[in-house]
Write a protein that binds this ligand. Structure first.
Ligand code: GLY
Length: 381
C-alpha cells in the first residue's frame, strides 16, 4: 500500500502514542476482560461466570495480541493466556449455562483469542479451542435455509444478521487448518445467502433478516440496532464491508470483493457528509446527531482490506477513505491521556439505547487499522 510520506509519519506517531497509552491501560486492567468504560473512563470487567458468554469477550485478548505482535513483549502473551483459561469455562461447560449460552459471535470470541494465539505462537491447546468453536459455529447452520442462525430461542430460528459475516472467518480458518472443506462450504453458503438478501441494491445493508427456517424464504427485515426498518445502521454497514472483504481474502471469489466494494462505495459517499465520523445510522434524523466511532474504525479496516485486493487504479479511493476516517477519529475522538483507559470515545451500542461510551471493539479495530497501516502483517481474521 502506498501512503504518502506525510501519512506514513502520521501513522508512525499515532502508533507510538497508542503503544504508550495502552501499555499503561493494560497494566491497570490485568485479569479483566473489559467491555466499556464507566463515567470516569475506567474499563469494566465481563470475566465473571455470569458475563463470560458476552459477545465482545475476545476483543481485549485481541488487543493483547496486537500489542504482542507490535512489540514482541511476552508480557502481553502471558496475560492473554490467562484469559483463555477463563473462556474455557464456556467451551468445557464448567459453569451452569456453559455452552448453551453461546451464539454466532464465537467467531469474534475465539478468532481474536485462541486462533490468534495459535497463529502467533503455535500454541496447540489454543488451536483445539479454535476448532471446538468452529465446530460449534458450524452447528448453527440451518441446512434448509442456508444461513447461520444468530441467536438461540425458538422464535428466533429464522434470524440472520449482517454481523455474522465477521464470525465466519473462523470457519475459513478451520478449513485451512484441518484441510476439511466442509467448514468453508458452510461459510460460503452463509455469505451467498447474505449477499443476496441482506445487502440492498443501493449498497446499504439491513441489520436483521428473518427467514422462514423451513424454506429459507425471506419473511421480514428488522431495524435491529439502527434507527428503524429500512434505515442504515453504520456499524452493520461496516461489518458488511470488512466481512465480505475477508470472505474474499479466504476464498478469492470475486463476488465477495464486489459485495464489499458496493457497500464501501455507499459508505464512503455517506460518511463524507459527516466529516468522516459516522453517525449511528445514515438514515436517522440529522438533529440531534448521534455518532458511533466504532463503525468508523471497523469500516477503515474493511477499506484497507479492499485496497489490498483491487487493481492499482482503484486502490487510492479505498486507502484514502480509510486514512480520512482514521485521521478524523484520531484528531477528534481519541483520548491519549493516561488515566482514561480507552482510546476511542463515543461508541454506541444501538441507536435507541442512546448511550455513548467507549466500547472495547472500537479500541480493538482502531488499533488494528493503525498497526496495519504502520506495516504490521498479522492476519487476525
Ligand atoms: N454484534 C452486535 C453489535 O455490533 O453491536
Amino acid at each position: 500500500m502506498s501512503l504518502s510520506e506525510q501519512d506514513k509519519s502520521w501513522v508512525n506517531d499515532t502508533c507510538k502514542k497508542i503503544l504508550e497509552k495502552m501499555s499503561g491501560s493494560i497494566r491497570r486492567n490485568e485479569g479483566k476482560i473489559p467491555y466499556s468504560t464507566d463515567e470516569n473512563g475506567i474499563y469494566d470487567d465481563k470475566s465473571s461466570d455470569k458475563d463470560i458468554m458476552w459477545w465482545t469477550n475476545g476483543f481485549w485478548e485481541g488487543i493483547l495480541w496486537l500489542m504482542y505482535a507490535q512489540t514482541g513483549d511476552s508480557y502481553y502473551k502471558d496475560k492473554e493466556n490467562q484469559l483463555e483459561s477463563i473462556l474455557d469455562k464456556l467451551l468445557l461447560g464448567e459453569i451452569d449455562s456453559g455452552i448453551d449460552s453461546l451464539h454466532h459471535d464465537v467467531g469474534f470470541m475465539w478468532l481474536l483469542s485462541s486462533v490468534a494465539n495459535y497463529r502467533l505462537t503455535g500454541n496447540k491447546q489454543s488451536r483445539t479451542r479454535g476448532i471446538i468453536a468452529a465446530n460449534y459455529l458450524s452447528s448453527r447452520f440451518n441446512i434448509k435455509g442456508n444461513y447461520i442462525v444468530a441467536w438461540d430461542g425458538k422464535e428466533r430460528q429464522g434470524w440472520s444478521i449482517i454481523d455474522t459475516m465477521m464470525n465466519i472467518p473462523l470457519l475459513y480458518w478451520a478449513s485451512e487448518e484441518t484441510g476439511y472443506d466442509r467448514y468453508r462450504y458452510i461459510a460460503m453458503a452463509h455469505a451467498d445467502k447474505t449477499l443476496e438478501n441482506i445487502i440492498r441494491s443501493d449498497g446499504s445493508v439491513n441489520h436483521i433478516m428473518i427467514y422462514n427456517p423451513e424454506t429459507g424464504e425471506t419473511m421480514e427485515t428488522l431495524g435491529g440496532q439502527g434507527y428503524e426498518v429500512g434505515s442504515s445502521w453504520t456499524r452493520g454497514q461496516a461489518w458488511a464491508i470488512y466481512g465480505f472483504a475477508l470472505s474474499y481474502l479466504h476464498t478469492s471469489e470475486g463476488r465477495y470483493l464486489e459485495g464489499a466494494k458496493k457497500v464501501a462505495n455507499y459508505f464512503l459517499a455517506a460518511v463524507a457528509e459527516y466529516d468522516y465520523i459516522p453517525p449511528i445510522d445514515f438514515r436517522s434524523p440529522k438533529e440531534p446527531l448521534y455518532i458511533d466511532t466504532t463503525a468508523g474504525a471497523i469500516a477503515a479496516n474493511g477499506l484497507l482490506e479492499i485496497a489490498k485486493h483491487v487493481p492499482d487504479y482503484e486502490k487510492e479511493q479505498y486507502l484514502n477513505g480509510a486514512v480520512k476516517i482514521l485521521k478524523a477519529l484520531t484528531d477528534k475522538q481519541c483520548d491519549f491521556t493516561d488515566g482514561i483507559d480507552s482510546l476511542l470515545q463515543n461508541g454506541s451500542e444501538a441507536y435507541h439505547t442512546n448511550k455513548h461510551m467507549s466500547i472495547i471493539y472500537g479500541d480493538y479495530f482502531y488499533m488494528e487499522a493503525i498497526f496495519r497501516m504502520n506495516g504490521l502483517e498479522v492476519n487476525m481474521w
